[in-house]
Design a protein around this ligand. Sequence first.
Ligand SMILES: Cc1cc2nc3c(=O)[nH]c(=O)nc-3n(C[C@H](O)[C@H](O)[C@H](O)COP(=O)(O)OP(=O)(O)OC[C@H]3O[C@@H](n4cnc5c(N)ncnc54)[C@H](O)[C@@H]3O)c2cc1C
Length: 365
Amino acid sequence: MSGAVIVGGGIGGLATAIALSRRGWDVEVLERSPRLTALGAGLSLWSNALRALDALGVGAQVRARAREEVGAGIRDSRGRRLARSDMAAVRARYGLPIVIHRADLLDILRAALPESAVRTGISVTEVCTDGVVTHSGSRETADLVVGADGIRSVVRRAVCGHIEPVYAGYTAWRTVLTPREPLLDMGESWGRGERFGFTPLPDGRVYAFACANMPPDAEIDGPSELRRRFGHWHNPIPSLLDAIDPAALLRHDIYDLPRLDTYVRGRVALVGDAAHAMTPNLGQGACQALEDAVVLARHADEPDLTDYDRERRPRARMIADRSARIGQVAQLSSPPVVFARDLALRAIPALAQVRGLAPVLDWSC
Ligand SMILES: Cc1cc2nc3c(=O)[nH]c(=O)nc-3n(C[C@H](O)[C@H](O)[C@H](O)COP(=O)(O)OP(=O)(O)OC[C@H]3O[C@@H](n4cnc5c(N)ncnc54)[C@H](O)[C@@H]3O)c2cc1C
């Protein structure tokens, strides 16, 4: 039996371990954290990701713990519609996206692997292209090494040297909160250099997120900054802000990974954010990690991994570029430019938006 070492126990690493083990590989996931944890926030998964999860045998479990996203659209800060998504057409054409708590997704993926396949508290320090992995003072050799170790990947160095992620110009807050009153509405509202979104989770809690232009590593108090920026926006945003638990508020500056020349070298392959960390504007980072997992497993027995690279790199790049462009438009801040943007958004027919999703969502395993 061939053996694979997977560095990183996030969505990409666990999904790849499942995909490989379903093809008869002996897998070992090395995760540096003492426990497998998912930062407490929601995650949108589109139909392409759901097809990948079906291929991993966990699609039904994921759907059972998720909620369909039925009413997304874009509003302005006063709640006036800028763009309406035709979700009936999305459902008919691609299938609806779902939203799930990250911890639930990670639980499902973890449970699909044997207990012994995941080793936590192991930090990988170096990987060589012949399959040698160095961690916490010891070494092992694998037939395949998978770098699923996120945007600041150590494994990526073996594949393409040092690559520095680039700051996108905005920061993002995420949280899961319990609203004072049940919330059925969902969507995203755009202002000038800032936006706020919310969507209910299956258990009645709400996943809320916000983005704002600012320098990286800005030292600000999250809850008061959110109240200052969004406290006067349309309902239910002020009451959602009141329900935020400061201890459960996450903040991440948003980075994009520059284009890599390859995702593979020797017996080492990159998946997920290690290969193509992207801005979150399309909700596709984890979806692409799930696609990577399925495709890599399909090519893993081949003498070299170049077909994996050929199949995945152009697609992930196309999606990362689209996501970055959406972020640039969403984060526009100059008043006349924002006025023109909002007019343009109102003019886009809903059906054109649906058709525009095809290159991203028309993917099959
Ligand atoms: C604000 C925001 C919102 C988002 N929303 C969505 C969304 O709605 N839908 C979507 O599809 N995507 C979304 N994404 C993107 C998504 O979160 C990522 O693309 C996805 O989590 C990447 O998974 P990964 O497994 O590749 O990397 P990670 O989740 O970063 O996991 C990497 C793992 O490797 C471990 N690790 C790192 N270094 C080492 C080492 N040296 N040794 C051992 N272990 C190591 C880490 O501890 C970690 O557990 C969003 C991202 C952000 C920032």
